[in-house]
Write a protein that binds this ligand. Structure first.
Ligand SMILES: [Zn+2]
Length: 129
């Protein structure tokens, strides 16, 4: 399968925006995922090999921290301004934290993988001569 081709690389489709839209970082058109969080083995449009992409826990960690900070700050503001009962806090913030994290996870993983692929960052290998 073809690796990233710098001559074919579409700089109009930046890795950040391509990843955010869950599209291939090379052509900006092919799909990055074959399911919710499972990467496609290659781009359906340009054939870019995406099998080397590995993002580990980065998107989950950053997504959880970002949504957690947003929810905690919002809960603090609501508590100070309105002082609602505890059940209101629980029924608002727990679903928002869960669905917010799930909603941000795929675009965040797309950004991580697209930037990794565009920089051809792969796992280190040892060359024994
Ligand atoms: Zn592509």
């Amino acid at each position: 399968m073809p690796k990233l081709n710098q001559e074919k690389f579409n700089y109009e489709a930046s890795p950040f925006w391509s990843g955010l839209r869950c599209r291939c970082p090379q052509c900006g058109k092919g799909k990055l995922f074959k399911s919710y969080l499972k990467l496609a083995p290659s781009c359906t449009n340009c054939g870019l090999d995406m099998s080397s992409a590995e993002d580990a826990d980065g998107p989950a960690a950053f997504g959880t921290l970002f949504v957690g900070l947003l929810v905690a700050f919002s809960a603090l503001v609501v508590e100070v301004k309105f002082s609602p009962p505890t059940w209101v806090h629980l029924s608002m913030w727990i679903p928002l934290a869960i669905f917010g994290t799930l909603g941000i996870l795929q675009p965040l993983k797309g950004v991580f993988v697209a930037i990794q692929l565009s920089h051809e960052a792969i796992e280190g290998t040892q060359d024994n001569e």
